[in-house]
Design a protein. Sequence first.
Length: 128
Amino acid sequence: MNPGSQVFAFLAAAVHVFIFCMESLWFMRPGVHKRFGAAAIADAEARRLFAFNQGFYNLFLAIGIFVGLALLHVGGNATIGRTLVLFSCACMVGAGVVLFLSARRRMLRAAVIQAAFPLLAWVAWLWF
């Protein structure tokens, strides 16, 4: 994998770790749960378990990228490392597309945040 694709993959993983923190660790903070559409505390409580679980999906995808990058740089199997990074990035892009398709206007910003870096990792890997 070229350095550009690795940087974009790392940024994608970092964003997904931040999303994990928002969904699984900080969700009940008013500024956080409002970003996810839960204006009232009662709404946040109703969504809390779902957000907690969803946050871990994001964390696991990020871990896939971090492990893949480590395999590329620590002398592990480069083919496995590259495959793990690209698969995790593809899952992130796919999730961003599904998010966008579920509520186009309302979820556009979130979908772009979720999918931009992993998509750029793929583009950099394919064309550079």
